[in-house]
Design a protein around this ligand. Sequence first.
Ligand code: CP
Ligand code: NVA
Length: 302
Amino acid sequence: MTKTKHFLDLNKFSTQELRTILSYGSKLKSGEISGRPLEGKSLAMIFEKPSTRTRVSFEVGISQLGGSAVLLDPSSSQMGHGESIADTARVLSRFVDAIMIRTTSEEILHELSQYATVPVINGLTDESHPCQLMADVMTYEEHRGSIAGKTVTWCGDGNNVATSWIHAATRFGFELKLATPPELAPSQVALDWAKSEGGNISVTHSIDEGARGSDCIVADTWVSMGDKDAANRHNLLKPYQVDERVMGLAKDDALFMHCLPAHREEEVVSAVIDGPQSVVFDEAENRLHAQKGILYWCMSNL
Ligand code: CP
Ligand code: NVA
């Protein structure tokens, strides 16, 4: 029996596997892989948190590949009324060819993948956002060539997206500097994993130290979905705002990236996110192309 091809986290893949999946995305984007390779296939999409990009890019992506999507909103499905994750996984596996889930905890994602007999894709949890990083690496490389050996600086909360940057840096071979307040440090589990795999990751509390000489400055919201202490986070994160001065510390050709949604004049000033170094809308578009690569990898009989 072949192993079910889940897409749960970047650290579960080898560099070569991630490069293969990314190349499918690029080839689907360029037309080198064409046609409707997922004709007749169905994708269930479960959203326990809000979404614009993830929802639209998966729905449009599967349809461009010849398949279709079914949306499950926990409040209007039995998931939100007591049916277990295990039973939901077993039932959905009888109807669809893959399941994408955006959920709170890694435990729910892993339980779903344990009981599903079709591929499960992580569309964001409180702990990680691997699909985003596939799009981000694709975007960086379209603009500047291979990301291997470059330096990327994360500014702000050591959150779910930061963890996926740690995984990506380790697998794609770039240096990652995380400039975070001590109170909102990145996941120690992710840092320990990166260390054990030889990743070049450092944590600083100084945004200047982090940004100096960097090839890419990255920001994310100060208050992620589900975070409750907004006022405290604003206080802690104010010194980590990306403005023109911070961009000026990076290399002249540094890019600015942000997974969106953005909050102008909070984590980033308008002059930067709307400025010439920003590639945030290419990043958003590449959610579609990178995820088509993921869908193609896990749903076609490769
Ligand atoms: N970047 C991202 O995942 O956006 P959504 O929350 O809109 O899906
Ligand atoms: N860190 C953010 C990312 C949104 C795409 C959140 O989890 O809300």
